[in-house]
Ligand binder design. Structure first.
Ligand SMILES: *[C@@H]1O[C@H](CO)[C@@H](O)[C@H](O)[C@H]1NC(C)=O
Ligand SMILES: *[C@@H]1O[C@H](CO)[C@@H](O)[C@H](O)[C@H]1NC(C)=O
Ligand SMILES: *[C@@H]1O[C@H](CO)[C@@H](O)[C@H](O)[C@H]1NC(C)=O
Ligand SMILES: *[C@@H]1O[C@H](CO)[C@@H](O)[C@H](O)[C@H]1NC(C)=O
Length: 446
């Protein structure tokens, strides 16, 4: 299996990680889902991968280090170059000799005359913040690329075939605003065959929505649960979030048995200021201003929640396919979201040109090993658990974000207008549509 090849690649690299770890992270673009800024570097003397990433071992770094992701990697600290030798991409190897299976996550973007499967005119489910065409983004070259795995061709998501395959089936998408972004792409592509019918309980609330495709009786739901675990504010309040790291969010657990296919993802919300609870008692707080609580580390909390999630999935009875989507990169350059960072590129980059930000490295250091362990348990139990690793292909698409065009004609009145860029979410249509090519492949291959 291809997983074996990435497993060994991963294990090899984990060693390198242990030797060279110096977790730092900065410049993430979370204005859109976060309300607080973060520009921090932990104590680089730390050599342990499981070291909690806490406020205590973080130091503020000067902002001129935050210019670009590459500068960030190369100039902050000599030890950081260890990261460059570290391959946290499982898609290291193209093809397994024995099975001839293709690693669909390892590849490059190549020009494609086909363009996007839908436009702003043919899909009515695009969120206005991601509707780059309608908002006046002038270039369209970013629409003419397709993902080419090294060892094979990846067929495009075929909505007609998909709807046939999914007769009477039910899908759930659970996560944060990137999940919603992905869901909208998915619905838009399917809508080219048959327009979806909104059957949400509350049509005015875009947190939890549900669509139906009458001809195939397919139902698709999106559930807002950025932590996947129980919060007392559900993440919408600006004050500290209260998160129960040992209790999953019933918003989705109650629906879990109604789904045949479920896609989960999480991660970025864990760096928010959060009080963690375990056994209904306070375990500590990440990012709290007052020093009354200790900080267990957001990566520790994320790991606990993912473990709970996988336990829940593996102990459930109903047969279904569960997919975990990895966290996604942002592409702020020349600053962060909060101080003028932008994403003005119009073409993809080559593999290795954009280094993964450190937050993503930390999140991957949780996601990949935990998934690997869960996958081994799943195959023992005959359950279908798959990884949708969107990181490698997404990392090469700094041209795919709305940037200034999250606003409607941002420069119409003043071509030098100062606007907040979104270099985290993705234009619709845009490269995120290709996530569905990968998704289809995972599902078709059973
Ligand atoms: C779609 O975008 C084009 C510009 O790319 C614009 O002229 C058109 O009005 C948009 N359509 C909708 C429905 O917003
Ligand atoms: C549609 O699918 C659901 C399961 O998702 C099933 O319960 C229902 O009976 C189906 N409806 C029809 C008309 O077949
Ligand atoms: C919660 O309970 C579990 C199992 O009883 C225990 O291992 C863990 O240490 C407890 N955590 C806290 C913070 O009390
Ligand atoms: C922190 O502890 C101090 C002293 O025990 C107390 O006065 C204060 O209210 C506490 N702050 C919070 C937010 O619990």
């Amino acid at each position: 299996m291809k997983q074996n090849s990435w497993r060994s690649a991963y294990n090899k690299n984990q060693l390198g990680f242990k030797i060279g770890i110096s977790i730092l992270f900065l410049g993430f673009g979370f204005i859109l889902i976060f309300s607080q800024s973060f520009s921090v570097i932990p104590d680089v003397s730390d050599n342990n991968i499981d070291t909690p990433v806490t406020e205590k071992n973080l130091k503020l770094i000067p902002s001129d280090f935050t210019d670009s992701p590459n500068k960030e990697i190369n100039q902050i600290h000599p030890k950081v170059t260890n990261f460059l030798e570290l391959n946290v991409f499982p898609g290291n190897c193209c093809e397994d000799d024995k099975t001839g299976k293709c690693d669909i996550f390892s590849g490059d973007w190549i020009p494609s005359p086909d363009g996007s499967p839908y436009t702003n005119n043919s899909c009515r489910w695009i969120g206005s913040d991601q509707n780059c065409l309608t908002n006046g983004r002038p270039d369209t070259g970013y629409l003419y690329w397709r993902w080419k795995p090294k060892a094979c061709d990846l067929p495009r998501f075929d909505p007609k075939k998909f709807l046939e395959m999914m007769r009477d089936k039910s899908w759930g998408f659970v996560g944060d605003s990137i999940t919603r972004n992905h869901l909208q792409s998915f619905i838009c592509i399917l809508s080219q065959v048959e327009d979806a019918v909104d059957i949400s309980d509350d049509k005015n609330c875009n947190k939890n929505q549900k669509w139906h495709f009458p001809s195939s009786n397919l139902t698709v739901s999106v559930i807002w649960s950025p932590f996947l675990a129980k919060t007392d504010t559900n993440g919408v309040q600006t004050s500290e979030i209260q998160l129960h790291i040992d209790i999953l969010d019933k918003t989705w657990t109650e629906l879990f048995d109604t789904w045949d296919y479920v896609l989960f993802s999480s991660g970025k919300w864990f760096i928010k200021e959060t009080i963690y609870y375990e056994n209904n008692t306070i375990l500590g707080c990440h990012g709290c201003q007052d020093k009354n609580h200790t900080d267990p580390g957001f990566n520790v909390a994320y790991r606990k929640v993912i473990n709970k999630l996988f336990d829940f999935i593996l102990n459930s009875n109903r047969q279904k396919t569960v997919i975990y989507r990895t966290s996604t990169p942002d592409h702020f350059e020349n600053g962060m979201w909060s101080n003028g960072g932008r994403c003005d590129r119009s073409v993809p980059t080559k593999e290795g040109e954009f280094e993964m930000g450190l937050l993503n490295r930390i999140l991957r250091e949780v996601e990949l090993p935990e998934f690997e362990k869960a996958e081994a348990r799943a195959s023992e139990k005959g359950k279908k658990l798959k990884l949708l690793d969107v990181m490698p292909l997404s990392l090469q698409r700094p041209d795919g974000h709305p940037g200034a065009y999250r606003h409607f004609y941002p420069f119409a009145k003043d071509k030098n207008a100062k606007v907040q860029y979104d270099c985290l979410h993705w234009c619709l249509p845009g490269p995120i549509d290709r996530w569905n090519d990968l998704l289809m492949k995972l599902v078709v291959d059973g």
